[in-house]
Design a protein around this ligand. Structure first.
Ligand code: SF4
Ligand code: SF4
Length: 489
């Protein structure tokens, strides 16, 4: 009978675990209601705005748009005297600027807004500043820009025993990436998903050149990129850039924003010296930061602004491929929506190809043209994103989808609890790496014994969609969908 107070900015988690919800803005409770009411009939303009920021699972960038809430949360010493949300509210009137609203009952919920009963969220039209650009379908027939074939990345581990220290012991390796094979067409986005430690970040680091690969092939623009940065040409380094989860770790705290963005232009000589300032300002505007930010230091920026600077810096050499490692995971939903829209806009404008890592499967589905699912260093399934989110699934994809927090409390979702924990990558299970936890292997005629000893075959569902599993395709096709969205969603 324990009551739990759960604080989060993840609306999917709210929908999954909460009964009642309090929505806070700038230090105040602005709405309080049941979880069903919050998602079906939000009354406060801020709650309505939050819900417009998150992609529903199954929604794609082609058929739905995210609308960030314009403006920023005011700092504690600069809160408006009237309604704290007024500077960002599309319904604000004179009274809102002068009179602070009370939290009051309305149709069984509590809301802090003078005009809640008059506001119809269905009639809302986006202000020009938050309306995202239209997105075109990626050309799936385009030439591949990145091609991997059996790429491996192992790390040698030295044990503590005397034999190990003297180099006499059996060499041990963390098999972080095992035989990655895929290609990405120019201008498309490949999303990579999997639990922590599945190897997705190592894969990206190997492609960007922070690590050399152990074996296998990797070609970018037709050029071999299996070696690390020290062996790559300036041209290849320029065309391959990265956006990190934590932009702080890659920013020099004593360099201004302008200097951070100008560095790649100076290094790669992509812009004549006298035009660098002008180009930096152009990029600042492209990431929706004004020229005023040029002389600011990183400590003067919010988390979302730093991420925008990180994106502007990745763009400064006008690369062909951007690797995004959890670029929105640490951001609030409104900033997340703004950053995703920005990346889409950049992709449309420059035809940039992207690799996109995120742990939120709704965001990956929304943003990606293709998705690869990784488990313990191995790609288990890869294909067009719409194919990954519906049967036939790999048993691991099925389990991952069953754990996605969906921002829809009425959606029906199967819950699959995987046994045990992810095994060590130093000594991964033989056969199928997922066999120690797979709830589906009993469906095989031998009860799944083959999974313990033999590496699975690739089951080709379509030309672009393949699944690494011993189960025959007919069996994989017979799985029920994990998620059934509510009718309103
Ligand atoms: S009180 Fe006014 S400014 Fe505040 S949320 Fe309501 S309509 Fe918007
Ligand atoms: S190969 Fe076997 S253990 Fe691996 S996912 Fe398929 S059924 Fe499960």
């Amino acid at each position: 009978d324990t009551a739990i107070m759960y604080i989060t900015h993840n609306l999917g988690v709210v929908a999954r675990v909460c009964n009642r919800v309090g929505v806070m803005y700038a230090g105040e409770m602005v709405e309080r209601a049941t979880v069903e009411e919050i998602f079906a009939t939000p009354q406060h303009p801020y709650t309505q705005g939050l819900i417009r920021c998150v992609p529903r699972l199954g929604a794609t960038k082609l058929e739905s748009v995210l609308y960030p809430i314009r403006g920023r949360v005011p700092p504690p010493d600069k809160r408006p005297v009237g309604c704290v949300f007024a500077p960002r509210c599309d319904y604000a009137r004179d009274r809102c600027l002068e009179e602070h609203p009370d939290l009051r009952p309305l149709n069984g919920i509590m809301v802090r807004c003078h005009y809640a009963e008059e506001i119809d969220p269905q009639a809302w039209t986006p202000p020009e500043e938050v309306a995202p650009p239209p997105v075109a379908t990626a050309d799936r027939q385009a030439e591949p820009i990145l091609e991997l074939n059996g790429l491996r990345k192992y790390y040698r581990v030295v044990g503590n025993s005397l034999r190990d220290v003297l180099g006499l012991g059996e060499p041990k390796y963390v098999k972080a990436v095992e035989g990655a094979t895929f290609s990405v067409p120019k201008g498309a986005t490949l999303g990579i998903v999997g639990e922590s430690g599945c190897g997705k970040s190592t894969l990206v680091k190997t492609i960007i050149g922070l690590e050399a690969s152990t074996s296998g092939e990797a070609r970018f623009l037709g050029v071999d990129i299996t070696q690390d940065l020290s062996h790559r040409s300036e041209e290849i380094i320029r065309e391959l850039q990265m956006v990190f989860q934590n932009p702080d770790s890659t920013m020099n705290p004593s360099y201004t924003v302008g200097q951070q963005i100008a560095r790649p232009m100076q290094r790669f000589k992509t812009v004549p010296k006298e035009r660098i300032r002008q180009e930096v300002i152009k990029l600042l505007e492209a990431v929706r930061l004004s020229a005023n930010y040029y002389d600011r230091l990183p400590r003067q920026l919010s988390g979302g602004e730093k991420q925008r600077v990180g994106i502007a810096r990745a763009l400064a050499s006008y690369p062909d491929l951007i690797l995004c490692d959890e670029p929105v995971s640490a951001l609030d939903v409104s900033v997340q929506a703004a950053v995703l829209n920005l990346l889409l806009e950049i992709q449309q404008k420059y035809g940039t190809t992207m690799l996109f890592i995120a742990h939120d499967l709704s965001v990956v589905r929304f943003f990606s043209d293709y998705v690869a699912v990784m488990y313990l260093g191995q790609i288990m399934e890869i294909g067009p994103s719409e194919a990954i989110y519906a049967p036939p699934y790999h048993p691991y994809t099925e389990a991952l989808l069953s754990a996605v927090p969906i921002p829809d409390p009425k959606a029906r979702q199967k819950h699959i609890r995987l046994a045990g924990t992810v095994p060590s990558a130093i000594n991964p299970p033989p056969g199928c790496r997922f066999h120690t936890r797979c709830p589906r292997r009993q469906l095989l005629p031998d009860g799944g014994q083959i999974c313990e000893t033999e590496e699975p075959p690739w089951r080709q569902v379509t030309e672009e969609h393949r699944i690494f599993c011993h189960l025959p395709l007919e069996t994989l096709r017979s799985f029920e969908p994990v998620i059934t969205p509510s009718v309103e969603a």
